[in-house]
Design a protein around this ligand. Structure first.
Ligand SMILES: Nc1ncnc2c1ncn2[C@@H]1O[C@H](COP(=O)(O)OP(=O)(O)OP(=O)(O)O)[C@@H](O)[C@H]1O
Length: 256
């Protein structure tokens, strides 16, 4: 088993691209009812970046995250993740890559109702196979630490049906971060949170970015998140067409 919980050293130097999309198009359906969900996307994201994708409902944010997460595939153009051309990878290799380097926060939270909050957070590591006793202890400690940082210390043993939407969303965020992924894809991860909880989440994202070099691609319609990001991109009708803001800490360049 990968010692992903052990490598808490200094953040890797930001170099190379984690994500490179070139001329990407995505269509749903065909004929007169076809939807051109992504229309010629060019995007590069490097390690330790925090990129916000803003845009109105239906602009293509979820589709873009799903393509980067290899949950859907482009009709045209290339998607390169960690220097691997995704279209050429066998299914198992895609699944392994996804498992080993990515954390997801889905809009629907997707918590398992018969597992406690802590067990839900631990799930990504459990699915990787049998853990040694020491690894299991470290994973438990990290799960509890993440839950604590997100204001859920007293809910570790609570089952999802007894959690409200804000608490469920924070459990889903802790789950995405547990294995110290290289890249977190988060689809409107603070949509159910109040300002205080948004601050907790953004503090945690920033900490993970600095400690582990984690890159974040976050779709949002909430301006309150944007002060922490390294780049803000606007998606409109499937086109990435403007950089809205720059927090002044931008270590990478974007080519739209
Ligand atoms: N599975 C699908 N089948 C058909 N059309 C789809 C599918 N998924 C998305 N679309 C369409 O693609 C376009 C982009 O949708 P997408 O969900 O990516 O936008 P979004 O910006 O994430 O919207 P929201 O903020 O409402 O989640 C929309 O017109 C949507 O209706």
């Amino acid at each position: 088993m990968n010692d992903i919980l052990e490598h808490a050293g200094p953040a890797p130097k930001p170099h190379g691209d984690l994500v490179r999309l070139t001329g990407v198009h995505k269509y749903y359906g065909g004929g007169l009812s076809a939807v051109h969900a992504l229309d010629g996307i060019n995007l590069q994201v490097g390690m330790a970046e925090m990129v916000a994708i803003c845009g109105p409902a239906g602009s293509g944010k979820t589709t873009l995250l799903n393509l980067i997460g290899m949950l859907e595939y482009a009709n045209e153009g290339s998607v390169v993740i960690a220097n691997l051309l995704i279209a050429r990878l066998p299914d198992q290799a895609r699944a392994d890559l996804r498992n080993e380097m990515m954390g997801f926060v889905f809009q629907a939270f997707t918590l398992i109702p018969v597992l406690t909050a802590r067990e839900n957070v631990l799930l990504p590591l459990m699915l990787r196979g049998r853990l040694e006793h020491k690894e299991l202890q470290a994973a438990h400690a990290r799960a509890d630490e993440l839950l604590g940082q997100l204001g859920l210390a007293t809910h570790a043993n609570t089952y999802p049906p007894r959690l409200d939407a804000s608490q469920s969303q924070r459990v889903a965020i802790a789950r995405a971060l547990l294995a110290k992924p290289r890249l977190v894809l988060a689809d409107e991860p603070t949509s159910r949170l109040d300002s205080a909880c948004i601050r907790l989440v953004m503090d945690l994202f920033t900490q993970q970015q600095h400690e582990y070099g984690t890159a974040f691609i976050v779709s949002t319609r909430d301006q309150r998140q944007l002060s922490r990001v390294t780049r803000t991109l606007q998606l409109h009708d499937g086109r990435l067409h403007a950089v809205l803001a720059d927090a002044g800490r931008e270590p990478f360049r974007v080519k739209l």
